[in-house]
Design a protein around this ligand. Sequence first.
Ligand code: KG4
Ligand code: ZN
Length: 340
Amino acid sequence: MYTLGIETSCDETSVGIVENGVKVKAHIIYSQIDKHKIYGGVVPELASRLHVTNVFPVLTEALEIAGLTWKDISLVTATQGPGLLGALSTGFMVGKTLALALQLPFVGVHHIEGHIYANLLDTDNSFQYPLLALIASGGHTQLLLINKEFHYELIGNTIDDAIGEAFDKSARTLGLGYPGGPIIDKLAQTGNRKTFAFPKVQTPGKYDFSFSGLKSAVLRMNQQLKFNEEPRGSQVMADFCASFQEKLVSELTSKTFEAAQNYGIKNILIAGGVSANSFLREEISKMKNKYTIYLPELKYCTDNGAMIAGAGYCRYKAGFATALDSSPVATWSLAKYSPT
Ligand code: KG4
Ligand code: ZN
């Protein structure tokens, strides 16, 4: 059974076609990064308009790559939220229209659930429960306890910025460009992680996160040491990126493993764009002898339609469907998205 997945929640127009929820037949992403980077971040209105322009070429290319026609598709899925409302509206509307025209079932997918199911794409794995999910993206930093499929309990959340924002905004301070996560990750490869120290992070809840203090620390350190005037390839820049990345990643890993231990959980999953970070993957993988670790394949870490198709397929198999008069949702907690 072939599922079509449409993702337009932010700045990627993406369509995936997935067989039986896991085998990826097409994975097409039209990234808008080049159009947004001159502004130093995503411009919502521009994103919406580019989705409108790009969505049909992406759909056509996905069918072509998969070697399929519309007749082969059995289920249509699209990201329903959370995300930028104008951006979401394009993909969600196109998904509903296709479902109506082709007389197919439709599932509106929670973007974060999509990231979670990206872990199963092109693998033979299935999730073992209870499962602890670390969500690390441009909009979210959360720890979710998943006791059984589709039942999410939020046990930790960021009280300010998401980790992806901490990477992106700090990279901007450092004059490194957008998006900052992959740039800092790359520069950090040749740096010494022990060169710069960062302030201790305090949070109200044991498993909560906070990144705004670290972002301010980068601002202050940059005012003193003028990293933004350094050439991109300088050793001091590499050292700073490596030290900052280690600090950010250690915030994630320390809380994740503490929660896993305290809740007695043996299965850990990471999801969201920041799960592409090489140091985070390395640190999480070190615990493979103690835990079952799920890591998405690199190409499925950042936003894509295949993950939406994967999650939508699992929802559909569980009897879930979305009415065609439903709307996209900008703010939507996964903990409040349980089976109907
Ligand atoms: O999940 P995603 O594609 O979009 C959201 O749902 O937000 O995540 C995008 C975020 C951006 O902040 C980007 O800088 C970050 O993921 N990111 C990374 C890496 N690749 C993408 N952060 C750190 N290291 C990376 N290699
Ligand atoms: Zn995402």
